[in-house]
Design a protein. Structure first.
Length: 406
């Protein structure tokens, strides 16, 4: 007699997880592909690898297999060079051995940070809208989630007085992300100073996801929170090489902060055997020599793509949020259109994938996000398709006054 099927309900942690961003459109994409429609993905952030990176890797040849002893030597050199880079860029001195931790990227870095510092039931502050990874990481540890809205009313910054009132004795951690995904908003050192005072008074650790920090725009550079005096004793800041070099396949990043914070975070990484591969270590060491050229190349591509997109859709009258060197555009939809419906309709008619604001949280409703981190020809093709159906958008979203005048 065959054994009976085991029936198990998913854990509460799984049920609390949000759906992967963009998964709502998987069925439509498959149907379009079956009809031989080439789908243009302006949802996923996957920047084209800069030519400087391609040339450097071609000249130096493929990475070779190395043992753990040699990998540790490369890690030591990388930490020293990262320390020098942090000093030259942000004027902060970090001890390479204890205040810099190599990670496998900001996604696992964020997830493991919640595992390292937050217990079930303890409070965390998260932005809404924001990347779904943050809510997933908090939900996985059973945290009590409190949200704040980065909106034009607050200059896209959290209202710290309101947060203090909403918090509790169990509030443990606050996550921030500037330049901010999805709104593309940036911030300055004066806000970081206020935030550090907030952290000190309320005994809250600041987790700063600086994934887009290194992407400059017309020589505008973003400040790092770790660069402020004694910030390393109140924050953990995460950086990633994949966006620093426009190389999404490079699973390597680093966390900075004091040893009391990095020690437990490093223990979690090691416990799950989440170590940078020897191949990624070798590639990163080579690329550090070309950081300035690579940063300029990435910035030029993003700037050109933004110009192409904004110029192409200008006649639609869509409201675009201003940006400072981020790889996306946050667009306010006409007449409070539901973002999921609008993006689904746009995909069906044009074959262009955009992300609905609701995917980033309740406060993202009424917006959509498009990615600029694609090849320029993909931007041109997407604009062409969107404008091809512009009469439909204009007809559907004409105001009563426009209708009366017509």
């Amino acid at each position: 007699m065959p054994p009976k099927k085991i029936v198990l309900e998913p854990s509460d942690a799984v049920l609390r997880l949000p759906s992967p961003i963009g998964s709502e459109f998987d069925g439509i994409r498959k149907r379009l592909t079956a009809k031989n429609v080439e789908v243009i993905d302006l949802g996923r952030i996957a920047p084209p690898v800069p030519q400087t990176v391609t040339d450097l890797l071609a000249q130096s040849g493929p990475p070779r297999p190395i043992d753990r002893v040699e990998a540790l030597k490369i890690e030591t050199r990388l930490k020293e060079r990262i320390s020098d880079w942090m000093h030259s860029r942000f004027e902060v001195r970090l001890e390479p051995k204890t205040e810099i931790l190599l990670t496998t990227g900001n996604t696992p870095g964020t997830f493991y940070a919640f595992q390292s510092f937050v217990n079930p039931g303890e409070g965390v502050f998260l932005p809404d809208p924001s990347f779904s990874l943050y809510r997933s990481s908090a939900a996985a540890v059973g945290a009590d989630i409190q949200t704040f809205e980065p909106s034009p009313r607050t200059d896209y910054l959290p209202n710290l007085d309101k947060l203090k009132a909403a918090g509790s004795k169990t509030s443990k951690l606050m996550l921030i992300n500037y330049p901010h995904n999805p709104t593309s908003a940036a911030t300055d050192e004066s806000f970081y100073e206020r935030l550090l005072r907030f952290a000190q008074k309320n005994n809250v650790l600041i987790l700063s996801d600086a994934v887009y920090n290194t992407q400059v725009w017309e020589r505008h550079t973003h400040p790092a929170m770790i660069g402020l005096p004694r910030a390393k004793f109140k924050t953990v800041e995460l950086f990633t090489f994949s966006f620093m070099f426009g190389f999404p396949l490079l699973k390597l990043g680093f966390a900075v902060g004091c040893k009391e914070f990095l020690s437990p975070l490093g223990k979690v990484f090691r416990s799950f055997n989440s170590r940078p591969s020897g191949y990624d270590l070798q590639i990163a060491e080579r690329l550090l020599d070309e950081w300035d050229k690579t940063a300029d190349s990435v910035a030029a591509t993003l700037g050109e793509n933004r110009h192409r997109f904004e110029k192409g859709i200008r006649s639609l009258g869509w409201e675009l949020q201003p940006s400072h060197a981020s790889p996306f555009i946050w667009i306010k939809l006409p007449r409070r259109r539901l973002s999921l419906n609008f993006c689904r309709m746009l995909l069906k008619r044009t074959g262009v994938v955009t992300l609905p604001g609701i995917s980033f949280g309740e406060k993202g409703e009424g917006f959509m996000r498009i990615s600029l981190a694609v090849k320029p020809e993909s931007i041109d093709a997407a604009v062409s398709r969107i404008m091809e159906h512009s009469k439909f958008y204009q007809r559907r979203y004409r105001t009563k006054k426009d209708t009366a005048d017509g």
